[in-house]
Ligand binder design. Structure first.
Ligand code: 5RP
Length: 225
């Protein structure tokens, strides 16, 4: 089975968790897109809170009613993808540059379900470079502070994320630095050090946020708690 089939399986299983009347956080990325498509097919009366402009556009095209995060008191259930799922459902997210809105929606949610293909499940986080969102003003100086932190954790300096058309800009107008590490042995310590940098808006370590994971595998969907 291809990774995309596994993503579809996980997205479809997550769509079954949604009930009419819910406020649903809509994640970002290819796996979350499968969830949004499967949710649209069910034609439930829900309101979706999108975590990116891309997801908002997809949901709108599919006829899902949308609400802004500040238009709802709380989100009943958020379903989103991840770049890595490590021990204790610790996550790396932000490969799609949407980590800030994702984390804001996750933190406002009563229940968070992460969906992924089997290869995303790892024994230690860090093979996927950790995305860090920084404000544009003074970002070269912020990048230097990130390099200092990386050195403390014996990691190479983070790199400004570029795309074909130039520097990647997030939906919030910020930039992304990616910190390649190989392995993150102390995610909580690294998260705290990054968050203490003034120019850092947030980072892609999602710790103690996911309630469960639905992994698409060749043997069907596996639930991790
Ligand atoms: C976007 C994310 C995505 O959820 C993550 O990158 C996984 O993407 P995909 O489902 O396409 O593999 O965090 O910021």
């Amino acid at each position: 089975m291809s990774a995309d089939d596994q993503k579809r399986q996980a997205g479809e299983a997550a769509a079954e968790l949604v009930e009419s009347g819910m406020v649903v956080g809509l994640g970002t990325g290819s796996t979350a897109a499968w969830f949004v498509k499967a949710l649209a097919v069910r034609k439930l009366h829900i309101r979706g809170v999108p975590t990116s402009d891309a997801t908002a556009n997809l949901a709108r095209e599919l006829g899902i009613s949308l609400a802004a995060l500040d238009d709802v008191k709380a989100v009943d259930l958020t379903v989103d993808g991840a770049d890595e799922i490590g021990p204790g459902l610790s996550l790396i997210k932000g490969g799609g540059a949407a980590l800030l809105r994702e984390k804001l929606v996750w933190e406002a949610s009563r229940r968070c379900v992460v969906i992924a293909d089997a290869a995303k499940h790892v024994t230690v986080l860090g093979k996927f470079p950790l995305p860090i969102e920084v404000v544009r003003f003074g970002h070269v100086h912020t990048g230097q502070r990130l390099a200092d932190i990386a050195a403390e954790f014996e990691l190479p300096p983070p790199r400004l994320r570029m795309a074909d058309r130039g520097v990647v800009v997030t939906d919030g107008g910020n930039l992304i630095y990616d910190m390649a590490s190989g392995r993150i042995d102390e995610p909580a310590g690294l998260a705290a050090a990054l968050k203490a940098v003034t120019g850092v808006v947030d980072h892609g370590l999602f710790l103690d946020l996911a309630d469960e994971a639905l992994l698409g595998t060749d043997a069907g969907v596996v639930r991790l708690t």
